[in-house]
Design a protein around this ligand. Sequence first.
Ligand code: NDP
Ligand code: OXD
Length: 314
Amino acid sequence: MSAFVFVLPTWPTDVWMAAMKKVAPAMDVRAWPNAGRIKDITYAAAWLPPADVMKSFPNLKLICSLGAGVDAILGDPTLPPDVPIVRVNDPDLTNRMSEYIVLHVLLHHRQQARIAANQKLGVWDSFSTHAASALTVGIMGMGVLGADAAHKLRMMGFKVLGWSRTRKVVDGVECFTEVELDEFLARTDILVSLLPATSETDGILNRALLQKLSRRGPFGAPILINAGRGRQQKEDDIVTCLNNGELYAATLDVFRKEPLPSSSPLWSQPKLTITPHAAADSDPETICRYVFEQIQRHQQGQELHNLVNRQRGY
Ligand code: NDP
Ligand code: OXD
């Protein structure tokens, strides 16, 4: 007996069950917490699984993360140590993220908040603008998502820099490694984070780092866009930097606590755009097709795609 289980405490399980039944009609698909005979479960797919759930499946052979980020899965201290984990790497999700990054870079570049405020007041303020090539966008995290966003920003005419643990080669993008962080920051007008949440990236977007960004761009102060994970940002530092002008503006899609509590001072920041962790949604049917492919590969003893490296944490 081999069964598949969804562990989705915060997502509509029925939608995902229907999508998986369509993709794999013969598969025994179940939904935690009503997973039936626990010994039958050999494959699991999860988003924000509670701790201890994975260890409750004694015959588990593969865990599929339904998102690109795996921090919530790896954060379970009782996670079975030898079960492989694969994560989503899908053109649909990648394209959605690049849409988000290009959109928010352009909103800042074209000063859309100023235009919207003027319209509310009935003010015709035809201020002068600058070319995309006047701005350098620096992307932290040059993986699947960072590299695609870099490519699309290049197509729009922005200068683009990339920063990652290991050096990347991306056409038209100057790439930096871990030890070259200061040089990367000193040349960056708009900082985009597409890093995973790991012990190394925890709190990396802090005031000391933001102070190292370029102030030579057309706005005289840098802009921050974080669509990686909230754990990367020191939210008090971002508020301080927005208030004292060390940051010109920011867009945040992810937060240390989600949903962002109504008491958060971030809500009342006029120079901040908040989006509700919605930069790149996962389409159930597309993702189920990908997950089913990984299960079939596992059953046939083939190499799995996008295996998570537990030591690195992503
Ligand atoms: P990848 O694993 O493909 O890329 C991660 C990149 O980050 C790699 O380039 C890696 O470097 C770099 N990196 C990791 N740790 C460090 C470090 N300590 N210092 C420097 N660089 C580092 O992931 P994806 O591009 O697929 O996804 C990135 C993240 O985006 C996810 O982990 C998730 O948190 C977030 N995300 C957010 C979504 C949203 O809706 N807001 C949607 C989807 C994802 P190297 O290549 O050298 O290993
Ligand atoms: C992801 C996300 O990691 O949506 O895929 O945050």
